[in-house]
Design a protein around this ligand. Sequence first.
Ligand code: ZN
Length: 152
Amino acid sequence: MFDNDLHKPPFKRIEKGQRLSRLDDPRDSKIERLEEELWLTGIQLILTRPEPVVKLLRYGQAKNWSELNEWRLDVIDKTMDIAREEIQSRPKDGEQRIKCPLCGQAPGSKPMGFLLGGLRTHLDDNTGSSDCFVLARAIKNIIYQNKHRWSV
Ligand SMILES: [Zn+2]
C-alpha cells in the first residue's frame, strides 16, 4: 500500500482529556522529522565525498529489498575495483594498504589503511551490515526513501 499522506504529521486538534490514539501520537511526527533530518544529513555526507564516490552512491535506485542488496553488492565490488586500481598504480614495492574509498577511514591501529581483504570486510561483514558509515548511511537513505512502498 502506498499512501502519500502517511509521512505527513497529523495536525488533528486533540481536546483536553481526549485519549490519543496511536495515529494521533505527537511522537510519530517528531520521529518522522528526525528521520527526514537524518536522510538529509546522509545526502550531505555523501556529497562531501570525492566525485567518484558521489557517482557510485548517487544512483541507488532500488524497487525492493532484493534490488537494494544487488545495488549494495555492486557498490562493494566497484569500491574494491577503485582500491585495487589505486594500489596497482603505485610503485611495485609501494604501500599495499589503502583507506576506504567511500568513507576515508583506516583501521584504528593501521593509519595507512586496510589490506584489500580487510577493506572487503569493512564494507561487508557477511551479515549484510557494514562498518563503513558512508555505505551504511547510503543504504539507510534508500530504505528511508522507499519506506512507504516496501513492507518494512
Ligand atoms: Zn568505509
